[in-house]
Design a protein around this ligand. Sequence first.
Ligand code: FAD
Length: 824
Amino acid sequence: MKYLIVGGVAGGATTAARLRRIDEKSEIIIFERGEYISYANCGLPYYIGNTITERNNLFVQTPESFGKRFNTDVRTLSEVIAINRANKEITVKDIRTGNTYIEKYDKLILSPGAEPVKPQLPGINQEGIFTLRNVPDTDKIKKFIEEKQPRHAVVVGAGFIGLEMAENLHKAGLKVTIIEMAEQVMTPLDYSMAALVHQHLKTKNVEFYLKTSVSSFSKVNDRIQVKLNSSKTIDTDLVVLSIGVRPESHLAKEAGLEIGETGGIVVNEFLQTSDNDIYALGDAIEFVNPVTGSKMITYLAVPTNKQARIVADNIIFGNNKKYKGSINTAIAKVFDITIASTGVSGKLLGKLKIPHIDSITHSSSHAGYYPGAVPMTIKISFSPDDGRLLGAQIVGFDGVDKRIDIFSLAIQNRMTVYDLADIEHAYAPPYSSAKDPVNIAGMVAENILKGITKPVSWREISTFNEKEHFLLDVRTPDEFKLGTIEGAINIPLDELRYHLDEIPKNKKIIVFCGVGLRGHVACRILSQHGFNEVFNLSGGLKTYETASQKQSNEDIFANDYIGHDDHIYQGSKADSHIKTIVTEKIKDIDACGLQCPGPILKLKNSIDEISAGETIRIKATDPGFFKDIKAWTNVTGNELIELTQNGAEITAIIRKNQPLQQNTLYQGGKNATLICFSDDLDKALATFVIANGAVASGKKVTIFFTFWGLNVIKRHNKPSIKKDFFGKMFGMMLPNSSKKLGLSKLNMGGIGSKMMRMVMKNKNIDSLENMIKTAINNGVELVACQMSMDVMGVKAEELIDGVQIGGVATYLERTENANLNLFV
Ligand code: FAD
């Protein structure tokens, strides 16, 4: 028998090796268009980033070594340009000479792979713009970096390879900007999981634009100018296009083999094409996805290798081995995190209208009390009918690989979430917990299926309204102070049983905590006390916050400049590199392994034990700590001296604030008073920005709300109140809470204020409501003018908690001790 193989890398070389191992006598010829065979394409990005330092290590075999070991005729630089099926022969072009010749076959195997998509954009073919598929592409990029010493790179496309390239270019010393057309990186992930990747990229100083495409490239002053569809331009030195790949199926198509709707070569379950003597495998074939039942192409090395064994066995033993299809199990390292997915994402299931339930859980990689435990977020999708697992995604720092493989096995074997809850795993503290994250994911899903807990997703929160929903934050008051969901009421879990009468029975109760666990316990308490419509926010505040904050990371290099030492520095020259030097003794705290809010609570307790001016260094591994610590120091007025991240470990140095010295030269007070007269949103914001700023600088602040200003401090959920005619009229005509305030200019019937709130949210600026909460928590005194209340028929019950009612005497008394008085 004579076997000809087109393509000599993953699929081709593996098929040849298996063929030879079973059949010593047959003739095997591999035709490879390139110079190399059987190399590690998956390792190419790591060679560019110098993680793999030896180029030779990329080659699993050379043509000579492979030929010798497997007694195979390996013909590199040989392109198969035609297949004559009737005569069972192929035409081969020798790329060195340009000559062509014919070769006969008994069986032909096609493993031609996939080619990178390169859209015909203006300027795309100029120097410095690359795609990455094979060793020569890698050599070109590596040479360019070595010779031209580029400072900045643009990666177009944020799939697995795009992100691996971003990391490796960063590692090679370049600043990196990613341009991605979708609203998220890594399309196999659901948005809430991709959001974790976005936030991680931000901590690594990677600039990235989402929902943005490239419209052209041009040469400007020896650099490449990348023009975006937004008309913005980015000047760079190197571009890697990682937009996607498509199957190299043109040879098969020209030979009249059936090509599917996805553009891949159609094969049957024995991996046989529409011609019985031609088999095909790898990136070039389409096959039915066992979960969705739809045809698709899998661009992954693992299925290719499995297919190679099946093809070889079917050729030699007759068609007796069936390919079951790939469920797209994939994994990637992106800086310090590992991202993995298997099966089908929630969003694709939704698109295909396959009924499913999603559930998000946050766990630790191993027992929290054993050093080195790091967080891991798992999202699973399962059938509401029988609990069959349909998909799983994980983002974490450690132990992601073994969990995703369990999920993969479960999906391949049509297992259910009940099975996940039961899986017996190996456990000792350094490796897992008595309930592994996989078990936890299964148990939560089981609770959902049995109706013990009802989940809501972070997306649903934005559709809630105060009339029908009651948002209950069951975290501690300290956590609540650090930030919550707008409109949430705080009743800590341990207090819940004593405050049941404060929770409305006629509304849907949406409960949340940090990650979902305390929320679940609270839901159970409420359900068993007669609350019927109780829902737990899936993934808790962690998922909500990660997914609802600003995702992209634009313009971070805008203020960069080149220093005298020829390095690029971030920020303006004026403010760069001024670092507070810590000379005092530092108290060390280890909060590694603790999940939110553990690190903050541990810090708070430790700060309480030291004196002002003393310093604490805390280490934590909860990724939310990076953001929380900034908020916490802002809220408490302590000084964040240094914040760094190394791998999963975040280190913060905090100095407990010194009490401010009394200014002995100034005889008046040092406090601040503000009169809030207006109910314009912008003026109310200005009032609270100043108040919070003044309180942070050590002032005691009083805000006096008079006339229209009273509308700023009306509560959202007002009890029904008996009012006289004028009171009712004012009530109807005026904004009934801070949420209804308009802008003083460009309000446009309320559109202006909505836009203002949206812009503030996108820029991570606190809403007015959160600013008010922060002010109250920081001790800002809110005084409502009694006289204005009487005139306007405003009752005390209508005002938010924490507001005092006072007259002009109160205000004047406060101004006596103030050196700042403002009328807004
Ligand atoms: P290939 O391995 O690409 O081999 C096809 C070969 O056929 C090519 O060398 C081509 O030159 C040759 N050829 C095509 N047409 C002809 C012709 N007419 N005549 C002669 N020769 C021809 N997958 C993972 O699972 N994990 C990873 O981490 C991962 N990382 C990757 C990183 C990079 C940079 C790349 C490019 C791919 C990565 N992949 C990864 C994907 C994986 O490499 C592919 O799924 C796998 O190589 C597909 O095998 P294949 O045999 O179909 O194609």
